[in-house]
Design a protein around this ligand. Structure first.
Ligand SMILES: Cc1cc2nc3c(=O)[nH]c(=O)nc-3n(C[C@H](O)[C@H](O)[C@H](O)COP(=O)(O)O)c2cc1C
Length: 142
């Protein structure tokens, strides 16, 4: 079963990260696919033992509110014991949205791969893409 990398993006930065996470999972020896959040249900994702979630900082340091926030709310009660990699792009903040997201999933009983979310400032650089690949590899081996 392919490891799912479920993401939301407005301008493509988090999608680039998702594609690099997928490449990293494959380097780690597993199959993977990037899935836009509107194309999967929380129930379907909750059937998996491990997966990645990506979302940029939106609003005022929150998840995107039309799709990703309700998706995460629906998922929250079903993630106990799951291994989850979190990532996303941001601009002017300091990563607070990601720290909050990590705490939220840990409080729900999930293990966050690498213990923290991976953030990239605006468009991912080559270093950011390499970090995304490493995250995917760690997820494959988790
Ligand atoms: C409506 C809106 C709200 C945003 N809020 C934040 C924010 O609170 N903190 C921050 O660091 N960046 C914020 N940003 C910047 C985005 O996180 C940044 O542009 C990011 O690269 C977008 O990723 P994407 O290309 O995957 O959509 C916001 C952008 C928009 C359009």
């Amino acid at each position: 079963m392919a490891i799912k990398v479920v993401y939301w993006t407005g301008t493509g930065n988090t999608q680039v990260m998702a594609d690099s996470v997928v490449a990293g999972v494959k380097k780690g020896g597993a199959d993977a696919e990037a899935v836009f959040v509107d194309n999967i249900t929380a129930d379907a994702l909750a059937a998996e033992d491990k997966f990645a979630l990506g979302c940029p900082a939106m609003g005022a340091e929150v998840l995107e509110e039309a799709s990703m926030e309700p998706f995460v709310t629906a998922l929250e009660g079903k993630v106990s014991g799951k291994k989850i990699a979190l990532f996303g792009s941001y601009d002017w903040g300091d990563g607070q949205w990601m720290r909050d997201w990590v705490s939220r999933m840990q409080s729900a009983g999930a293990t966050i791969v690498n213990g923290e979310g991976l953030i990239a400032n605006n468009a991912p650089t080559d270093d950011d893409k390499a970090a995304c690949e490493a995250l995917g590899e760690a997820l494959a081996k988790a």
